[in-house]
Design a protein around this ligand. Structure first.
Ligand SMILES: [Zn+2]
Length: 495
């Protein structure tokens, strides 16, 4: 596939984004029946007549899901409909046994909102077109074939446990004027949304488990023009990093098509994490293809204004306001804060500080040890496998001198490898610093007698030469000594 270098693409074309985010709500039961929504159960054990689409079954709306939808709408500064209905979106797919999905079409529960996203110290206002309720489909597993996709598969298995899980789809208005930063703004928006949804407590927002999924639309238009170009939609991008990468790729691909005099085809595309490219999926349906009509089995939803106001009072702090607050509380420089935001570490640091660590130590561990491993594994920070509480626990072990910074790295490694809590890893790997003064003194004496030249230097006033002796002692102690105490002992003996 031909692509144009990114800078060249951006010199000629102006990208316009549109982001559709699907959020699975964390209600205990499904959208229209009482089946459990718990993730990871045996296939087809959480199903009933309603979510299997058996004839004669009737849906009933989950009130908690409506409440979550309204709270999401309010948090995104949307208008909450006084009256709205569900619609049937008609299409056939094996993972949807009713042959239609209950969704909302022209009457979303929340519409016309906005939210602010901060990137590199700059604020971008993102318009929210709508947030509507719908049900999730089941899951197909295509067996055989190299790609896990239906093409080339020998057969497919279906699991309807997910069928009917409540979803909220949040759709942005066209996002313009972000220029070369478009992919990063998209990533920052999804990250902000994830944080907001988590703060609302309405979803567990695990991108790798599919409870937060992003469809990324992008179109290009020649710089200086205002008509929107033809867009493509890259489906189900399942990490923040992939949102940015997929859009960056799609911009360079579309630019090459346009620069070569071709036309971009309106279609859905698939993102391939391994090769870093998108490939064509089906050509995009239009709304008419789905023959939407109002769902006759459900009554309209008419949330009272009193209820809406009660729910408004339960909203968490808006993300942009929160950023301002924590940056003041933590006393980070603007540059430090920028790094924290771009690493997506705000909530992790907040939780680590709440668990007892200082802001600077929390920042240090999340942006070095954890971030490095997240990069290596190609996952987001919270999916690395260490919790804020555990990071705080590592820091506490450093502060009470059970371990030092260097040993802490091995503790991170152990916790992430699933060897247990930080204290358990320290015990199992025998990482605790030796506080046995007799053993320390012996190591110090040995280092001193083995390095008379260095001792002379220290005696003649070059105290910084002690570093070599400390290194020698640390080596004898296999790194498991408190360097500050070793230094004290050395200077005591020599001085
Ligand atoms: Zn059911």
């Amino acid at each position: 596939m031909t692509v144009l270098p990114y800078e060249e693409a951006l010199a000629a074309y102006d990208p316009v984004l549109g982001l559709e985010v699907h959020v699975e709500l964390n209600t205990t039961s499904k959208m229209f029946c009482g089946c459990s929504t718990a993730f990871g159960a045996e296939p087809n054990t959480q199903v009933c007549a309603v979510c299997l689409g058996l004839p004669g079954s009737l849906p009933v709306v989950n009130a908690k899901a409506v409440e979550s939808a309204i709270r999401i709408g309010l948090a995104l500064n949307c208008t909450i409909a006084e009256w709205c209905r569900f619609s049937r979106k008609n299409y056939f797919y094996p993972d949807m046994p009713k042959n239609y999905q209950i969704s909302q079409y022209d009457e979303p529960i929340a519409y016309d909102g906005w939210t602010d996203v901060v990137l590199d110290g700059e604020s971008y206002r993102i318009g929210i077109e709508r947030a509507h309720m719908e049900e999730d489909t089941g899951k197909s597993l295509h067996v055989g074939g190299a790609t896990g996709r239906i093409h080339g598969a020998d057969y497919s298995l279906l699991d309807y446990n997910r069928s009917g899980v409540p979803l909220i789809e949040i759709v942005t208005k066209p996002i313009e004027g972000t220029g070369a930063k478009a992919p990063e703004v998209a990533r920052a928006y999804v990250a902000m949304l994830r944080d907001l949804l988590r703060a609302l407590g309405v979803s567990d927002v695990r991108m790798e488990q599919g409870s937060l999924r992003c469809d990324a639309n992008v179109s290009l238009r020649p710089i200086g023009t205002s008509t929107l170009g033809t867009r493509t939609e890259t489906k189900n991008v399942n990490s923040l990093r992939s949102v940015e990468r997929a859009l960056r790729y799609e911009i360079t691909r579309q630019a090459a098509v346009l620069a070569g005099g071709g036309r971009v085809i309106q279609e859905t595309r698939h993102w391939h994490e391994d090769s870093g490219i998108t490939t064509a999926g089906r050509s995009k349906e239009t709304a008419e293809d789905y023959r939407y009509f109002p769902e006759p089995d459900l009554v309209p939803i008419a949330p009272s204004r009193e209820w809406v106001e009660q729910l408004r009072a339960t909203l968490p702090e808006p993300p942009a306001a929160k950023l301002q607050r924590v940056s003041a509380e933590w006393g980070f420089s603007e540059l430090e804060m920028r790094d924290v935001v771009s690493a997506g570490a705000v909530n992790a640091i907040e939780a680590t500080v709440a668990a007892g660590a200082s802001p600077q130590s929390a920042r240090k561990w999340w942006l070095t040890e954890v971030a490095r491993r997240a990069n290596e594994a190609g996952v987001d920070l919270e999916d690395v496998g260490i919790s804020p509480q555990q990071v705080a626990e590592v820091q506490a072990l450093v502060e009470n001198r059970t371990i030092n910074d260097k040993l802490a790295r091995q503790v991170f490694e152990g916790v992430i490898a699933g060897e247990g809590s930080p204290a358990e890893v320290v015990a199992a790997r025998r990482l605790a610093i030796v506080s046995d003064e007799v053993a320390l003194a012996a190591a110090v004496n040995e280092a001193i007698s083995a390095n008379p030249d260095i001792v002379d230097k220290i005696k003649s006033g070059k105290v910084q030469a002690a570093g070599a002796l400390i290194g020698s002692v640390m080596k004898q102690m296999r790194g498991q000594a408190d360097a500050a105490r070793v230094r004290e002992l050395i200077l005591e003996k020599i001085g």
